[in-house]
Design a protein around this ligand. Structure first.
Ligand code: SF4
Ligand code: SF4
Length: 289
């Protein structure tokens, strides 16, 4: 993967911030240094040889790759892709080694945090469920890097034709790219939630709920939580406020089909339900180490 050229960022550098007010990071944090134009400018300055790499990477890591700027851009700038490509090309950490699949069963629960839920799913479905643990959402952030095709091949071989069950959209995207059959916990449980709906920016959505609000971003996507954890929490706080403000009669908890979004919202102080917490009887995840 090659980084974009400076000229690719040019339209954003000279743009009068036309997409600033649809960017959840700029709006949620209130920082002009977190506007799409500012992110693009830092990357452009680095590519022009006029600033340090660490500043450009920090700016690119602000983008949650929601695509809201691209959707309204008059000149069709693929800014989310440019910032993501720059970050992945210049900080190529690669996917973490895959863990072994543990246990037997035609279904494999993909566990992305401390919560262990293969046994609970097995009890619910009345059949054995194996587990695959991952700390990097099966390497999602390494998408497109040189190691990516071999990583996908290893993942497919590890699953051996079994069906992966996921609770969030990033692992689902990787499994789909690997050609592995995958099912969402939402569908396995027939969970629909009852309350104020949070629709994730990708992956399955709750039926019958209004479309996703571009500004209602939980802040858990891409590199924002690892590079700017305080700002990620700020986005999740802002996201919850928006979800309640936008509903005519806001009642009940926030409901999200995605366990990672739900966790980010919960850590910002909101009461949240999601299929995974429902499966585990509402157990809150332990605090991150
Ligand atoms: S994506 Fe389009 S609207 Fe946004 S800063 Fe770039 S050129 Fe301007
Ligand atoms: S993709 Fe989303 S987060 Fe990134 S600059 Fe555009 S609007 Fe902001």
């Amino acid at each position: 993967m090659s980084p974009p050229a400076a000229a690719d960022l040019g339209p954003c550098v000279y743009c009068p911030r036309l997409c600033r007010n649809v960017c959840p990071v700029a709006v949620g944090t209130g920082r002009e240094s977190a506007s799409p134009t500012a992110m693009a400018t830092q990357v452009w300055l680095y590519l022009e040889g006029r600033t340090e790499l660490k500043l450009a990477l920090a700016a690119a890591a602000l983008c949650v790759e929601c695509g809201a700027c691209e959707a309204i851009c008059e000149v069709q700038q693929p800014l989310a892709h440019l910032l993501g490509d720059f970050r992945r090309a210049l900080s190529p950490t690669g996917p973490q080694p895959l863990a072994q699949v543990e246990g037997e069963g035609a279904l494999v629960a993909v566990e992305v945090d401390e919560r262990r839920w293969a046994e609970a799913l097995a009890a619910r479905l009345g059949k054995p469920v194996a587990r695959l643990r991952t700390e990097d959402h099966l390497g999602h952030d390494a998408t497109g890097q040189p190691a990516w095709p071999a990583h996908l091949a290893r993942l497919k071989a590890a699953l051996r034709g079994r069906t992966a069950v996921v609770s969030e959209h990033r692992s689902l995207a990787v499994l789909t790219a690997a050609g592995v059959e995958a099912a969402h916990l939402l569908d396995q449980l027939g969970w629909s939630g009852a309350g104020v709906v949070h629709q994730p920016c990708a992956g399955p959505r709750l039926p019958g709920a209004p479309p996703a609000l571009a500004l209602a971003c939980c802040g858990s996507r891409a590199a924002l939580p690892s590079a700017h954890p305080d700002l990620a929490v700020q986005l999740a706080e802002d996201c919850g406020r928006r979800l309640y403000d936008e509903r005519p009669s806001p009642e009940g908890p926030i409901c999200s089909p995605d366990s990672t979004c739900a966790r980010a919202l919960r850590e910002a102080g909101w009461t949240v339900e999601d299929p995974l917490s429902a499966l585990l009887g509402g157990a809150e995840p332990p605090a991150p180490p």
